[in-house]
Design a protein around this ligand. Structure first.
Ligand code: COA
Length: 605
């Protein structure tokens, strides 16, 4: 079937839907809902059998839904209506929530119901819920809807509030007056809930030291106390604010837009700067209990000869400082008397590479990019050259760009079923580093490495395993995944062949090193990155600016909009705007690869 996705953004849910629907043999094309005109144009050009909106913030124009079946994936239970569904579900402490596939009609969210799923709510931020439970439920309703549509005899259910299972209602857009926090009177749990309901967008508007900021990244604190509202501590960029019955850590702030000047979301301490000069910095030991309620980014647990290193960075973005701290922590745990180290990443994300927001806010973004990529490389190098342990990368959440390459530094890579991987940099106008020119071709071969980094498409766990990018994937949810990881890691640790395997790994690394030293890969990659950061071509700086300020693209990239590819060469479809310089650097890699491939073939014969 030909299925057209109309979407506000090609976000993680849309990417996952794209992967799942394509895997079932359907032909998918995508149009960003930039205007009614382009949506209508897309329909005209593609002539789809079915239109689906996995994530759409605007209405589908009448002239489209009147002539085509359009399905909206709504993040709410049956009967729920309005633009702030998840915000209300979190704010009102709802126990169960859901996702519903609705037919588009004149009135928003009132169309016939094609499928609906429910799930148990978890205590977390809106976007964390979105990337896990909501995404899983959305995929189920979307696939069920397609099957029902194909069966041709399914009759969708009209919305009828008299039905017992229709429990939702129309709720308005959640305004800031509903989100506002009264620090003097509200409890810690209330404050946390309010911040989580608005995280990652739009945030809760609040006043700190006389300025207005949006708050994000809330964490409970049990031990610290102070006058409600007062900032009492800071830790690795987060601030701790006292509440009536405890305290709340806030990891990120965004200054309110002023006189047309926009700001980006940044670590709170970076935003508040000098204001915090008398606020104590309270570092946290690496070895804390996972049940301690406090703010922790990097922590470590140990059991049965296995060490688990967690790094839960907000949005998976890793600044220079975070990379340094993680490398130090990794080297530290390598000194432990264990056999296996499992890199756990975060619940929400594994890693999304260098911290583009912190770079954007730096006085000299090129310099900060350079520092950040070098810090990332130092971390990756430490993992690649570990000769004391077997290292497992356990990806609980999505990974992109350098974040994927970070995982490939481990000896074994496992993913939670259903996560999305974006093993490419080109969209950000970057050649990329993190020793990817070593680890990616080593896993998938040179031809595939060229394809993956060149075509900028997201990848699901099934395909990632098939091509050897990862070793395996499993776990319907995080708990099952974590349990299985534990079992596997313990098996490796107690395998009688453990020492032999470790020796073999060290020997393999030595052989690779003799063939071409890691230092050379790094040098070559960084030469290209230097051009991306410092040369007059602004592809990277422009792409980064657009990304952090969320500038709406002027058109759907050609590699997504199949219906717009006619008349364009394959190369044009794969290329993204203003990417000539990347193309040139990228060709260097292709040439190096084909030389390597040629010599591999000579050796084989
Ligand atoms: N630096 C800073 N912030 C980042 C980030 C990075 N490297 N990668 C993602 N984020 C932030 C986004 O700005 C967004 O923030 P917000 O929700 O607070 O506004 C959040 O993480 C989620 O990203 P979003 O794009 O909305 O989520 P997604 O899951 O739909 O898409 C990606 C995921 C990975 C495809 C997309 O975020 C991406 O392309 N990231 C950049 C990767 C990259 O180029 N890294 C640098 C080179 S190593």
């Amino acid at each position: 079937m030909k299925i057209l996705f109309l979407v506000t953004a090609y976000n993680s849910l849309t990417q996952r839907a794209h992967i799942e629907v394509t895997a079932r043999g359907h032909d998918v094309s995508i149009e960003l809902a930039i205007s009614d005109k382009v949506m209508a144009e897309a329909v005209e050009l593609y002539q789809p059998d079915l239109i689906i909106a996995p994530m759409l913030k605007t209405a589908i124009p009448e002239n489209i839904w009147q002539h085509h079946l359009c399905i909206i994936i709504h993040p709410g239970i049956k009967g729920d209506r309005g633009p702030s569904s998840l915000d209300w579900a979190i704010m009102t402490n709802t126990e169960n929530w859901g996702v519903t596939a609705l037919q588009a009609t004149a009135e928003m969210d009132t169309g016939d119901i094609w499928s609906s799923q429910t799930f148990q709510m978890r205590q977390c931020s809106k976007s964390c819920l979105y990337r896990a439970e909501v995404t899983e439920a959305a995929i189920k309703v979307l696939l069920e809807t397609i099957e029902r549509f194909q069966s041709r005899n399914f009759v969708p259910e009209p919305l009828d509030y008299r039905q017992e299972d229709v429990k939702g209602c129309l709720r308005p857009y959640m305004r800031q007056n509903v989100r506002a926090i009264d620090w003097a009177s509200e409890s810690m749990s209330n404050i946390i809930r309010k911040i989580r309901a608005g995280d990652s967008q739009p945030g809760v508007l609040d006043t700190i030291y006389g300025e207005e900021y949006y708050l994000y990244g809330a964490h409970e604190e049990d031990s610290l106390k102070g006058t409600p509202g007062e900032i009492i501590a800071q830790r690795y960029g987060a601030i701790c604010r006292a509440a009536r019955d405890g305290a709340v850590w806030i990891s990120h702030l965004k200054k309110r837009k002023k006189e047309n000047q926009s700001f980006v979301k940044l670590p709170a301490a970076l935003v508040l700067g000098e204001h915090l000069k008398n606020i104590p910095e309270l570092p946290l030991p690496l070895y804390v209990s996972s049940t301690d309620r406090t703010y922790k980014e990097i922590w470590y647990q140990e059991k049965n000869n296995v060490g688990y290193l967690h790094f839960d960075f907000y949005n998976g973005a890793m600044s220079t400082d975070q990379c340094h701290r993680l490398r130090d922590a990794f080297l530290d745990v390598c000194n432990r008397d264990t056999k296996v180290i499992v890199l756990m990443g975060g619940y929400d994300f594994w890693s999304n590479g260098i911290h583009l927001n912190v770079i954007e806010a730096a006085e000299n973004p090129a310099e900060e990019s350079w520092r950040n990529i070098n810090a990332m490389n130092d971390l990756v190098y430490a993992i690649l050259t570990t000769n004391t342990h077997q290292v497992i990368a356990a990806l609980q959440g999505n990974a992109a760009a350098g974040g994927v390459m970070l995982a490939l530094a481990a000896d074994i890579v496992y993913c939670r079923r259903g996560i999305v991987l974006n093993p490419h940099y080109k969209q950000m106008g970057l050649y990329g580093s993190e020793y990817w020119t070593y680890s990616l071709p080593k896993r998938v071969g040179t031809k595939k490495a060229i394809e993956l980094t060149g075509n900028c498409m997201p990848m699901g766990t099934q395909v990632a395993k098939e091509i050897g990018l990862i070793d395996d994937f499993f776990g319907e949810n995080h708990i099952i995944f974590q349990k299985k990881i534990e079992l596997i890691a313990e098996e490796i640790a107690k395998n009688p062949n453990y020492e032999n395997k470790l020796t073999l790994k060290i020997e393999n690394r030595l052989t690779d090193e003799q063939y071409k030293p890691l230092e050379d890969y790094r040098k070559e990659e960084l030469e290209k990155m230097k051009i991306n950061f410092y040369e007059p071509d602004q592809s990277y700086h422009t792409a980064r600016y657009n990304f952090v300020y969320k500038v709406t693209p002027l058109k759907t990239p050609l590699h997504l909009a199949k219906h717009r590819q006619i008349g364009h060469t394959l190369e044009q479809c794969a290329l993204l705007p203003s990417e000539e310089s990347i193309k040139i650097h990228y060709l260097d890699f292709e040439q190096t690869c084909s030389l390597a491939q040629a010599s591999e073939q000579v050796e084989e014969h």
